[in-house]
Design a binder for this molecule. Structure first.
Ligand SMILES: [Zn+2]
Length: 386
């Protein structure tokens, strides 16, 4: 059982592996109640060599005592892509009865703190009640094939003791549960997503998901909106644009960014930037080999659909840490990259718009619009299309 659970955990990690334009990073995440949801914590992985950097968990002070490093192992083990299941690496995750189901165990659904200041002292000393109910919701119950969303799980009562829960789906060919407790729509159809407390499976809730087909690969033209080239899972670019490397503007802007970071004491460098169509095809093919067509499509951009092909995207890393998200370097990048014409391309909580989980390291050069986009809080898709 233990081996199995570990293997399943790693499969989920493998599935999450390529979300950032293929083979760049694994996102793992601790799920709290919405009010305290963590930013992603992910180890970065060398795109060619697959040498996983050390993972570490970012915790804020209020949740530190409840955090654990369980997720770390999920990105390191061997992968078995056919059986996405548990994100818990201790080997105690329950096997699901049906081969059609997939599950993930999530930790620490943390209730909101008591807001009343006068009762704070008291409530600290009292033990929190055990959960008697659970609920699950999604940004939308209609998901386009290929999209990734984050379910929101809440315990009842609101001040209940945090507990581990298990996500299962009725049909894992329709919905894939990722190791970071996001779910990815794979194939067309209807699928039930169920959450149950690990302690007591009778405390459970369910929501229905309808997966709609992927729209036809859209434009075969290069689409510029407000002067910005849009490339994502739906909008492709043609081979007419092939900068062969970072564009001169992007490269110069990145140099300035790196210098500014150094002045502030942060060592940043480009882990991966331009990829040719052929390189992207190679990466895609390797995922088809590992995961099959559906699996590959869910997590890896096709040639023409990766921003890295534009010569305008860079995966940033830091010399001072093998693990980027959650570090002061990542915070500096998020706060300052707009001053150099870059945006954090896949912001936290914008999977529904971008098609990708949060990536702290992937920046996209957009020039003068960067500050406006960043300050708007919108994903690039929302800024350009809505
Ligand atoms: Zn990237």
């Amino acid at each position: 059982m233990k081996n199995s659970a570990l293997r399943l955990a790693s499969a989920a990690a493998a599935a999450a592996l390529a979300l950032g334009g293929c083979s760049m990073a694994v996102k793992t995440e601790r799920i709290d109640t919405p009010s305290e949801q963590q930013q992603s914590t992910s180890p970065q992985i060398e795109s060619e060599g697959a040498s996983a950097a050390e993972a570490s968990a970012k915790t804020d002070s209020s949740s530190k005592s409840e955090s654990s490093a369980k997720e770390q192992s999920s990105s390191k083990a061997e992968s078995d892509p056919q059986k996405p299941s548990s994100s818990r690496a201790e080997g105690t995750a329950k096997e699901q009865p049906s081969s059609k189901s997939a599950s993930t165990v999530n930790e620490q659904t943390k209730p909101q703190q008591d807001e009343q200041p006068e009762s704070k002292q008291e409530s600290k000393q009292e033990s929190k009640p055990r959960a008697t109910g659970i609920s699950i919701s999604l940004p939308s119950n209609k998901i386009t094939a290929g999209k990734t969303v984050t379910p929101t799980v809440t315990l009842k009562p609101e001040n209940a003791e945090p507990e581990e829960y298990i996500l299962t789906v009725s049909d894992s060919s329709i919905i894939l549960i990722n190791g970071d407790s996001t779910v990815t729509a794979l194939g067309e159809g209807e699928c039930a997503l169920t959450v149950s407390l690990e302690r007591d499976s009778s405390i459970t809730a369910q929501t229905e998901i309808t997966v709609t087909p992927k729209p036809d690969p859209l434009p075969t033209e290069n689409v510029f909106i407000k002067g910005i080239l849009l490339v994502n899972k739906e909008y492709s670019m043609t081979d007419e644009i092939d900068p062969g490397g970072l564009t001169p503007e992007c490269a110069a802007a990145f140099d300035r960014l790196v210098s500014a970071a150094a002045e502030s004491g942060y060592s940043l460098y480009s882990l991966s930037d331009y990829r040719s169509s052929a390189e992207q095809q190679e990466i895609y093919d390797s995922y088809v080999y590992q995961l099959g067509q559906y699996g590959a499509d869910a997590i890896c951009a096709l040639p023409g659909h990766s921003e890295h092909q534009t010569g305008l995207a860079i995966d940033v890393a830091s010399y001072s840490t093998g693990y980027f998200p959650g570090t002061p370097e990542a915070a500096w990048l998020a706060a300052n990259c707009a001053d150099y014409g870059f945006i954090i391309r896949y912001p936290y909580g914008k999977e529904y718009a971008t098609g990708y989980s949060y990536e702290a390291w992937h920046i996209r050069y957009v020039g003068d619009a960067a500050r406006e986009i960043t300050d708007s809080g919108l994903a690039l898709e929302e800024y350009l299309l809505d």
